[in-house]
Design a protein around this ligand. Structure first.
Ligand SMILES: [Cu+2]
Length: 287
């Protein structure tokens, strides 16, 4: 018993301190050993975390209540203390309580859940559109609003390139999706091959890419930065090599990028589909 207590006490303390130490505070990427969500970067993710926190508190309360009731019953009504068992089979008041209380709890959870579901589903007043196509095995981005921007094929940097540039391997790509901050971006997601899912955790976005079907979602990034995600539908042998990289820049930088035909430098970069160039060259090209 003492041994069990030590293990439970020890792991609870270890768990709590690990949790405190590993709350994720860097936006856009997972932190080493991190728990909980990535820091939110969009209004959808902010609301998603609020709903999660509400539900989390409720389910923790339910767990504590049920465990306490079970312990009480196990001790109070154990065989030794009750040589003659009670023959009680009904208690109307208790039945009313255990019917109505869960209904109220479900209503408290369902209202914000449905509001969020509709909020993240689609937004009529989006300001620009990007199209995301899942290929076997990379992501392809296009900008229907900007004719001069060629389609972007986004492949992951290999391990050496990632190390050389201090960017996360299997998250960083040779050509990110570029969007302006503070803009409501409509995202059309589809696939030409098998099913994929375009997901960016800090955006609260995870949208299935299905051949023959165009799914719609949206996001609005608050701050400039690089945000990572991954294909989140097991799609086959190179599923792990379909990272998502979104680079959010100021509106002025975005306009410049559009004016340069999809490049941050004056010279229009080669479309960065080739994988064999060195990491520095690849990063220079995409900047
Ligand atoms: Cu995929």
């Amino acid at each position: 018993m003492r041994f069990l207590k030590a293990i439970l006490g020890g792991s609870a303390i270890a768990g709590l301190s690990a949790f405190a130490a590993h709350a994720q505070d860097v936006a856009g990427r997972p932190s080493e050993g991190g728990l909980w969500f990535q820091k939110s970067a969009t209004p959808v993710m902010e609301q998603l975390q609020d709903v999660h926190n509400l539900v989390f508190v409720i389910i923790c309360g339910i767990v504590v209540l049920v465990v306490a009731l079970m312990l009480y019953i196990m001790i109070r009504f154990r065989e030794k203390a009750n040589p003659v068992p009670s023959k009680t089979s009904h208690n109307t008041m208790i039945e009313i309580i255990w019917t109505i209380a869960p209904v109220i709890l479900l209503l408290i959870m369902v209202v914000p859940s449905m509001q969020l579901l509709y909020y993240q589903d689609r937004l009529p007043e989006t300001e620009m559109t990007v199209k995301v196509v899942g290929n076997t095995w990379n992501w392809q981005y296009s900008y229907p609003d900007y004719e001069d921007i060629d389609e972007i094929i986004s492949n992951p940097l290999d391990e050496t390139q990632a190390q050389e540039n201090g960017v996360p391997y299997l998250l960083a790509t040779d050509a990110p999706l570029v969007v302006p901050v503070g803009t409501k971006v409509k995202v059309l997601v589809t696939s030409v091959s098998n099913m994929h899912s375009w997901a960016v955790p800090s955006f609260g976005v995870k949208m299935d890419a299905v051949p023959g079907l165009v799914n719609e979602t949206w996001f609005e990034v608050y701050e400039e930065g690089t945000y990572y995600g991954q294909c989140s539908e097991i799609c086959g042998i190179l599923h792990y090599k379909m990272p998502v990289e979104v680079r959010a820049v100021s509106q002025a930088d975005f306009n410049q990028w559009v004016a340069n035909g999809g490049s941050f430098t004056e010279a229009v970069a080669e479309n960065t589909t080739q994988q064999n160039t060195s990491g520095a060259a690849v990063l220079a090209a995409r900047d």
